[in-house]
Ligand binder design. Structure first.
Ligand code: NAD
Ligand code: TDX
Length: 339
């Protein structure tokens, strides 16, 4: 089995590469990643010498290069993680989100049509459903919830999902889609809530909470997401969407307070800043379908997962310090001022 994993130098993609190489020693994993600001080759250092692994630095929107790779490798499957993934950046400048997230998906699927494939899997997000109100804790996103996006990021992901389903219906491409809630864990880029707060707290810097910090996200440990995708690509039904989430809803402010407590830092570091434009209030996944059909259940409780994650950031300071000391500083100052 040969699997092309796009975006494998990013947060979830790299965790998925490790998961697959560990679990399936007879699979070949080809990572296709153009190394944007969010891609980090050092993350993949532990597998670079693995004979079952190959890294290819290329952009998924480069049709010629993608076709060439398909000709060379004759993949059985493609798992597409490659994307621009940060909502705040999409609000600042949507264009690259449209190019990578929509056009990139189309190019990959065209290659799958041209060369044949057993499965194309699209890694999508619960953000395609928009948000839920805070005062209706009885409501959850199911696979039937209408697409109703809020940000350029989520709109680009929803557009890609629609294309994937259209390629299935029109061309019979064997596709699956997973829509997962917020992930956390090792190798999470420090622009995102949890790693940003860990890094800032460790540096005794202010912890910038948007609005009142009341927005709710449904956090899932990254390894649980990787196991879900593994199950879907092997046993999921073609043409189907699977929601992935662990019923672990928490407000942002509670997350930040937990991080302060775990690190022994004062809550006085918390600073309320201007809210995100169009900020989604609450995400909450109903994972009944993947549980009933594929037997998937989350294995990591948040209380354990956040401890493991914090320990990882403490043990791997070099990884994130290198990131935040580079070009990222310009982004940070633009977003949060010189704090
Ligand atoms: P990330 O930003 O950490 O990594 C994205 C990776 O894609 C990087 O390695 C980057 O270099 C690569 N990439 C970007 N544009 C590319 C292009 N044009 N060609 C080739 N490679 C390119 O993202 P992540 O958080 O790991 O998310 C991975 C996927 O999972 C995304 O599709 C995202 O929408 C989805 N998702 C993320 C979450 C989450 O909580 N992080 C939740 C649900 C779904
Ligand atoms: O500095 C911050 N302060 C803050 O209050 C940051 C970076 C975020 N937040 C808030 C905004 C959100 O309510 O924390 C929450 C989580 O923010 P992000 O980490 O940016 O994640 P989110 O916008 O929820 O999107 C994530 O989950 C769905 C991923 O980045 C997406 O790629 C995924 O599709």
């Amino acid at each position: 089995m040969t699997i092309i994993v796009t975006g494998g130098a990013g947060f979830i993609g790299s965790n998925f590469v490790f998961h697959m190489l560990n679990k399936y020693p007879d699979y070949r994993i080809i990572c296709l990643d153009c190394l944007t600001y969010a891609g980090n080759l050092s993350t993949l250092a532990p597998v670079m010498d693995n004979p079952n692994f190959r890294f290819v630095k290329e952009d998924i929107t480069n049709r010629e290069a993608v076709y060439k790779l398909f000709e060379e490798e004759k993949p059985d499957m493609v798992v597409n993680f490659a994307a621009e993934s940060h909502v705040d950046r999409s609000i600042e400048d949507p264009e690259v989100f449209l190019r990578t997230n929509i056009m990139g998906t189309a190019v990959l699927m065209d290659a799958c049509r041209k060369y044949g494939i057993k499965r194309y899997h699209q890694v999508s997000t619960d953000e395609v459903y928009g948000d839920l109100p805070l005062d209706r804790p009885d409501l959850f996103f199911t696979e039937e919830t209408p697409i109703h996006t809020s940000s350029p990021y989520s709109s680009s992901k929803a557009s890609a999902d629609l294309l994937v389903l259209a390629y299935h219906r029109t061309y019979g491409l064997p596709v699956t889609i997973s829509r997962c809630s917020n992930n956390y864990g090792p190798y999470h880029f420090p622009e995102k809530l949890i790693p940003l707060m860990i890094a800032n707290a460790l540096n005794d810097k202010p912890l910038p909470v948007y609005g009142k910090g009341e927005n709710v996200r449904d956090w899932l440990y990254v390894e649980d997401h990787c196991r879900a995708i593994d199950l879907i690509i092997h046993n999921g039904r073609v043409g189907e969407v699977y929601n992935v989430g662990g019923h672990n809803e928490m407000t942002n402010i509670d997350i930040v307070k937990i991080i302060c407590k775990e690190l022994g830092k004062p809550e006085s570091l918390i600073t309320y800043v201007a809210d995100r434009k169009g900020h989604d209030m609450r995400y909450a996944i109903d994972p009944t379908k993947i549980h009933n059909e594929l037997g998937w259940l989350p294995e990591t409780k948040f209380a354990d997962g956040i401890k493991k994650t914090i320990k990882w950031y403490l043990d791997n300071k070099e990884w994130w310090e290198t990131i935040i000391s580079g070009e990222y500083q310009n982004y940070y100052e633009k977003m949060y001022g010189n704090r």
